[in-house]
Design a protein around this ligand. Structure first.
Ligand code: F6R
Length: 260
């Protein structure tokens, strides 16, 4: 794992935008895996600004989102499809037909999960997968105890995740407790992974991911097994790591090596 520790959440977002820009310049028809949540919003603003300044294009890219609430149609303001349209897609030069989010309104979730896996394969697999991390170490909606080999499927959200996301729903509004999520095995097949984490509330999960044992208890710990995973943290998210000085030393050394 490459561990990059930056001072502020904005620097984390800018680093992420640079990685997406490099990917698209190197391969304009990249297949990009995307995430929702609070963390990527600043990254999506940075990407939007670059596209609008004409510095970057998503015209030939395809995207696959990690997850969606089961029971919400894409027109629902709390659906992840709606979030992606609002925060990213409608500001980019990408056709909506080239953006995929699992169908939360499906009446056949099992078939929808299989079709999602197949669509990723047909697109050639994911080149760069963006991830956030839950306070409990989840990636996508793969909650603790998820099989580390899992594929896209229906998952029950933990009460902690439901509570963390309650802020987006009005009092008394239906809030789904089920989701469709890419599996951990699916995520691990991405050629490169970029996980962003900001804020103190993520620091325990970040520590378990980086310095804890590989365990279904912390699904993000599987990234220890990925050959090209970059974790970009702000100081608050990195604050419980024991070996910060070593990670920073490695980064300094890497910058002196050409092509790393
Ligand atoms: C969202 C997703 C989740 C979030 C995680 C962190 O598509 O897959 O795993 O990345 O819950 O969410 P935020 O960024 O809101 O803290």
């Amino acid at each position: 794992m490459q561990i990059v520790i930056l001072d502020t959440p904005q620097q984390v977002a800018n680093y992420g935008a640079d990685r997406f820009a490099d990917q698209l310049k190197h391969k304009p028809d990249s297949v990009l895996g995307l995430a929702t949540g609070s963390t990527p919003i600043a990254l999506y603003s940075a990407l939007t600004a670059r596209v609008q300044r004409g510095e970057l294009s998503f015209a030939n890219a395809r995207t696959f989102n990690l997850d969606e609430y089961l029971g919400l149609a894409g027109s629902h303001p709390q659906s992840y499809r709606y979030f992606m349209n609002e925060h990213l897609f409608q500001h980019l030069d990408i056709a909506l037909a080239n953006t995929a989010v699992p169908d939360g309104a499906t009446d056949n979730p099992l078939a929808a999960c299989d079709a999602y896996e197949a669509a990723i394969q047909v697109a050639g697999g994911i080149d760069l997968q963006l991830l956030g991390i839950g306070r409990n170490g989840h990636i996508g909606f793969n909650e603790p105890s998820s099989s580390l080999a899992s594929r896209t499927r229906v998952k029950t959200l933990t009460p902690d995740t439901v509570k963390a996301n309650q802020r987006f729903f009005a009092d008394g509004e239906f809030q789904p407790h089920l989701s469709i999520t890419m599996g951990i095995g699916t995520i691990m097949e991405a050629r490169q992974i970029l996980l962003l984490a900001t804020g103190q509330s993520k620091s325990a999960a970040v520590r378990a991911m980086v310095e804890g044992p590989l365990a279904a208890r912390c699904p993000a710990s599987i990234l220890q097994m990925h050959p090209k995973a970059t974790l970009v943290l702000d100081r608050a998210a990195a604050s419980q790591l024991e070996d910060v000085a070593f990670y920073q030393y490695i980064e300094q050394e890497n910058q002196r090596l050409p092509g790393v």
